[in-house]
Design a binder for this molecule. Structure first.
Ligand code: HPA
Length: 246
């Protein structure tokens, strides 16, 4: 049976409902991952959970060792990964609280270790990244949503910024002109690294605020959207796993 990897982002340092079997400390040729791999079962299926920012949340988006994280998951037997990312909504169609399964991304990050090529004896590869997310895994997320009693939005361009600061209003306007619907800081290079290792990778984005200059966010609302959004994500992941055919 396939082991599903789950990378939890802001608001998801652990996974309620995970029946923990082992905490595994991994080392990789690329350094150490953000934290221990939590191996266990959800809906009676094998999973490995990793908190992207560490638990407690200490690693900033640019300081995450994405290469070690993705490598460690693969070494742990994972072949498909659902990545959970908190994001801001740029378009009106992505209000706080909604879940989005993006189908495209634009990478605005810089200076991150973004490839395995040229290290640890790995040959140069020009991966096909035309469609950055696995169509099959996206489909499973979308199909699971109604069974979990959730509405999720099918498709968006996820613009990935460097952070850790939020964007200026002009930067968000530019991203909107580029076609971005949502903005976050952790979607890359994770997705490309997963493709280099031939993992099936899809993202479930949780909109927790309106992007800069796109309307008022009421102080204190963000935590509320993070909490309710991550509760919805847990239901969605459980529904995906409950449907998995061996
Ligand atoms: N911008 C960038 N990253 C984010 C945001 C945002 O507005 N919200 C959550 N992550």
């Amino acid at each position: 049976m396939n082991t599903l990897g789950i990378i939890g982002g802001t608001g998801l340092p652990g996974f309620d409902g995970l029946q923990l079997q082992r905490r595994e400390t991994a080392t990789t040729p690329w350094g150490t991952p953000s934290g221990p791999l939590l191996r266990g079962r959800i809906a009676d299926r094998p999973v490995v959970f990793l908190a992207r920012h560490g638990a407690p949340h200490t690693l900033a988006p640019h300081a995450v060792n994405y290469r070690a994280n993705v490598w460690a998951l693969r070494e742990a037997g994972v072949r498909e990964v659902i990545a959970i990312n908190a994001v801001g909504g740029i378009g009106d169609e992505y209000p706080p609280g909604c879940l989005v399964i993006p189908d495209q991304l634009i990478d605005y990050t810089w200076g991150r270790e973004h490839s395995y090529c040229g290290g640890a004896g790995r040959v140069l590869q020009h991966i096909d990244f035309t469609t950055p997310y696995s169509a099959a895994l996206r489909e499973r997320l979308l199909r699971a949503a109604p069974r979990a009693g959730l509405e999720v939005i099918d498709g968006a361009v996820y613009g990935v910024t460097q952070g850790p600061r939020l964007e200026t209003a002009a930067e968000i306007d530019r991203m909107a002109r580029d076609g971005c619907g949502i903005v976050g800081m952790t979607g890359m290079p994770e997705a490309a690294l997963a493709r280099e290792l031939e993992l099936d990778y899809a993202c479930c984005a949780v909109v927790v605020n309106r992007a800069a200059g796109r309307g008022e966010d009421i102080h204190g609302e963000l935590e509320r959207w993070v909490e309710s959004g991550m509760a919805a994500v847990r239901r969605l992941v459980q529904a995906v796993l409950a449907e998995t055919v061996e």
